[in-house]
Design a protein around this ligand. Structure first.
Ligand code: NCD
Length: 359
């Protein structure tokens, strides 16, 4: 049984297979109906969502499966204090597949450890959003032909945006050049930079303003300020003014470039860009359905060509607690701390749940 908790759970080959399957699902949707007949997807959304939850429900519906779940945590027993582990063991009896979005980093990994059915991470706090990562990589390949050697600028709130973290790691894995564009207080977190350096040998360029680098970019990926995750000392009003993409700035961009955004947008992406042929964000959100169809069919083992080899990760139990207050191990006391060795020389260990660096 395979879960999809981070992009690390799939090899590059498997990701490419999923893209091929998504192509077929997009071109001949009717041929695939019936593939998940009798299968039930549970969508457990403890945080707000429009695209992710609806596209999962649309995807399972197009495969003739069914979805059950909730979008309001206040209506679930978590509101009574139920743990993720107990929720996992119970929901696994009601569904063949679980899609979870939750506000603590590492929560989807805990669900995967306790559920006896495949678990898909639909966003775990400010940590990662691997299905969005798959959709973003796929959309780049569709427009640009490849990721290798393309220059991909990720602009906005890189510190708290989980979609940016998954995208950066995916781009590095497929040989793209990363440019991280953000004011210093919103730059990529240390754990992402460490992983990029020690695991993928990637050296991102850092810039403070989009106008400094726009002419070099093949992909301009913007994301919103994650106001719900900002520490109290940061004023969202002034932070929001720090970056905005508009038609004037786009005059300096390559004609062959593309504009992406995981959506929802607030005011970092001007509406005047919607008619620019380089705008790819609605196409990106549309790709959510075939990608999620292909992923579910693969995780359920209904398509033989993908998911043949489990990933190899060196995980060890660790007495040292994770120092991240937003990590699930800091929130639910029954979870044993674990670390993952991402490099042995020099020794670099991270929390296996939220990936924050350990000493
Ligand atoms: C993203 C998310 O929830 O992280 N949205 C999405 O799933 N498309 C991005 C965001 O909320 O900013």
């Amino acid at each position: 049984m395979r879960d999809f908790v981070t992009l690390d759970d799939l090899s590059n080959f498997e990701i490419e297979q999923i893209f091929r399957l998504a192509d077929q699902m997009k071109e001949q949707t009717a041929t695939w109906s019936g593939f998940c007949k009798g299968k039930i997807l549970a969508t457990l959304f403890f945080e707000p969502s429009t695209r992710t939850r609806l596209s999962f429900e649309s995807a399972i519906g197009r495969l003739d499966g069914r979805a059950l779940g909730f979008a309001d945590p206040a209506s679930s027993s978590i509101a009574k204090g139920e743990t993720i582990a107990d929720t996992a063991r119970m929901v696994a009896n009601y569904a063949d597949l679980i899609a979870i979005r939750h506000n603590w980093a590492g929560s989807a990994r805990v669900m995967a450890e306790y559920a006896q059915v495949p678990v898909i991470n639909c966003g775990d706090g400010g940590h990662s959003h691997p299905t969005q990562g798959l959709i973003d990589l796929y959309t780049i390949v569709k427009r640009q032909g490849t990721i290798q050697k393309k220059t991909i600028g990720i602009c906005g709130d890189l510190r708290y945006s989980r979609a940016s973290h998954s995208l950066a790691i995916g781009v590095a894995r497929f040989g793209g050049q990363l440019v991280h564009i953000a004011p210093s207080e919103f730059q990529m977190p240390e754990w992402v930079l460490t992983k990029l350096k020690y695991v993928y040998d990637a050296e991102p360029v850092e810039a403070g303003r989009i106008s400094e680098v726009i002419g070099d970019l093949d992909v301009i990926y913007v994301n919103r300020l994650q106001a719900e995750r900002l520490p109290p000392e940061i004023d969202p009003q002034s932070a929001q003014k720090a970056y905005q993409l508009n038609a004037t700035i786009m005059e300096e961009a390559k004609l062959s470039s593309m504009i992406m955004h995981p959506l929802p947008r607030v005011n970092e992406l001007a509406y005047e860009l919607d008619s620019d042929p380089r705008a790819a964000y609605f196409e990106q959100s549309a790709n959510g359905v075939p990608i999620r169809m292909a992923l579910m069919v693969s995780l359920l083992g209904l398509e033989h060509l993908v998911l043949t080899k489990p990933p190899e990760q060196e995980i060890m139990e660790d007495l040292q607690q994770c120092g991240n207050p937003n990590c699930i191990t800091s929130q639910e006391g029954y979870i044993l701390s674990k670390s993952e060795v991402i490099c042995s020389q020099p020794m670099v260990r991270v929390c296996a749940y939220c990936n924050e660096l350990k000493d």
